[in-house]
Design a protein around this ligand. Structure first.
Ligand code: HEC
Length: 187
């Protein structure tokens, strides 16, 4: 008789335990469901916002990468040919006297307007604390008056970037120590 009662008590306890588990499950489900829903909606809204931002945002300007790649596959031989457009005004051999334009031997990384015994325009002299980086040279020969308004260099500019990079290759070649193209950056 006693054993039967004990068994029933154990069964009751197990039942109560299961009910407890069920209740805990029910309550946690009731709580977690709206929370999950909220989090999901929030992350959905976030990805939607990101998609909208991505659609509106203009693509980053890849111009500098294009110039860099053009420089890496530029041709010295073509550059020498294009330099004919410059050689009427610019000598490039070391020690040659300036013409209408200054001698361009070793111009890469030279300070702007720094040739002795050459009379530069006031606008170029104003920039003489800067160097002729490839970035500056590229801008200058693309449209001289845009880089230095009032420059004496009356060249409308080389609009084709392939030609400009070939010319920069040639200028770099005509230096004391030609530099690796990977060192040059554009913006
Ligand atoms: C019509 C003549 C003329 C032509 C053509 C010309 N230049 Fe010039 N260039 C000048 C003059 C003049 C200056 C001096 C500019 C000043 O003082 O404002 C100059 C200055 C420069 C400078 C600055 C030099 C320094 O010492 O700071 C560079 C670089 C240059 N030219 C590159 C070129 C290249 C490259 C070409 C060919 C694509 C070219 N130029 C074509 C006349 C010319």
């Amino acid at each position: 008789m006693l054993i039967w009662k004990e068994r029933q008590e154990i069964m009751n306890n197990i039942l109560i335990m299961f009910k407890g588990f069920y209740l805990i499950g029910l309550v946690s489900g009731l709580v977690s469901y709206p929370v999950n829903l909220l989090v999901r909606n929030m992350s959905l809204a976030k990805t939607r916002d990101q998609m909208v931002i991505r659609a509106i945002k203009p693509k980053p300007d890849k111009n500098h990468l294009i110039l860099r790649n053009l420089l890496l596959c530029s041709s010295l031989k073509r550059g020498e040919g294009y330099f004919n457009m410059c050689s009427g005004c610019h000598p490039i051999k070391e020690g040659s006297p300036h013409r209408f334009g200054p001698n361009l031997w070793n111009v890469v990384f030279r300070l702007i307007a720094s040739c002795s015994n050459y009379v530069y325009s006031p606008t170029l002299i104003k920039l003489s604390n800067l160097k002729w980086t490839f970035n500056n040279l590229n801008k200058f020969i693309k449209q001289p008056s845009n880089f230095a308004n009032g420059t004496y260099m009356t060249l409308s500019g080389i609009k084709n970037p392939i030609e400009r990079m070939d010319i920069l290759n040639y200028l770099n070649h005509n230096s004391c120590k030609p530099l690796l193209f990977t060192r040059f950056k554009f913006n």
